[in-house]
Design a protein around this ligand. Structure first.
Ligand SMILES: Nc1ncnc2c1ncn2[C@@H]1O[C@H](COP(=O)(O)OP(=O)(O)OP(=O)(O)O)[C@@H](O)[C@H]1O
Ligand SMILES: [Mg+2]
Length: 266
């Protein structure tokens, strides 16, 4: 049996006990022309639990997500997901392997109903929605029905997404992503643009999602990070500044320094 370093063991206990990481990012570098947006970034994430990426504006958080999820080509480094090297793999293939993501701007199909938005997760091409509905009747996967129920979206299943509040569209977007049954869910700033009163429902949904998959999320709302994340990676200027529990990184003077002039106190 291979020995596991003590530091790794501690992480496994936090993350649910898996021996190998579900996601391993190694030495990732992404360049836009002369500008290096990510420099030698490494990160391990295990099969359960919630991991946050924080850092000032422009730190490279979305670029990291893009490089992991097939939307940006790394110049150097690797992304391993499960047992596969998925570096530079297309987003649709990654989704089929179990790696799903949402974007900083909430994305739903405005003219489709709540239920049909969820059904789109199961389609490669949205024009097939009528066919899918006819084949599958009105029923959605019971686990997804449960999430619609819990988020209160069930009673709005026939409403157009465009007629929902922004907060409810964000819930719908996350439920739709979960309909893919991902092993890993990537959320880029799930709280961005939400009204204060919508934050608890989205927080609860992410917590619930983490019962069935690993979650990696970027977030500026630090109380939400403190509430949800077992581990936190801090990015600044395209590099990893530090990693640890929320308490550890929040008390790191380098983190406070990185945030000065951006969002103020950590
Ligand atoms: N396609 C691109 N072309 C050129 N520069 C880019 C591109 N995408 C991102 N950048 C630059 O890379 C840096 C990192 O951007 P990124 O969007 O990853 O930051 P972020 O940490 O997600 O910031 P925020 O908190 O504001 O969302 C920024 O300076 C940004 O301007
Ligand atoms: Mg971003």
């Amino acid at each position: 049996m291979r020995s596991v370093p003590a530091s790794r063991l501690a992480r496994n206990e936090l993350a649910g006990g898996d021996a190998e990481p579900l996601l391993r990012v190694t030495g990732l570098t992404v360049r836009f022309g002369d500008f290096v947006a990510l420099r030698d970034v490494s990160l391990d994430l295990y099969g359960r639990g919630i991991h946050a990426v924080i850092g000032p504006n422009g730190a490279g958080k979305s670029t990291l997500f893009n490089a992991i999820s097939g939307f940006a080509k790394p110049e150097h480094g690797n992304v391993h997901f499960g047992n596969a090297d998925v570096t530079g793999e297309r987003a649709d293939r990654l989704a089929r392997l179990g790696l799903a993501r949402s974007f900083q701007m909430c994305a739903t199909f405005p003219d489709l109903s709540v239920a049909d938005n969820v059904r789109t997760a199961l389609l490669r091409d949205v024009t097939g929605i009528g066919l899918l509905r006819r084949r599958g009747g009105e029923k959605l996967d019971p686990a997804i029905e449960g999430l619609l129920e819990e988020t209160g979206l069930s009673s709005e299943r026939y409403r157009r997404a465009a007629d929902l509040s922004y907060g409810r569209r964000r819930l719908l977007e996350i439920v739709t992503t979960l309909a893919l049954r991902p092993k890993l869910l990537l959320l880029d700033e799930p709280m961005a643009g939400l009204a204060r009163e919508d934050i608890p429902a989205v927080t609860r949904l992410i917590d619930k999602a983490a019962e069935d998959c690993a979650v990696l999320f970027v977030e500026h709302n630090l109380p939400v990070v403190e509430r949800l994340a077992k581990r936190v990676t801090v990015l600044a200027g395209g590099s990893v500044l530090c990693e640890g529990s929320y308490r550890e990184v929040a008390s790191d003077p380098r983190v406070r320094e990185a945030y000065i002039g951006d969002v103020g106190d950590v």
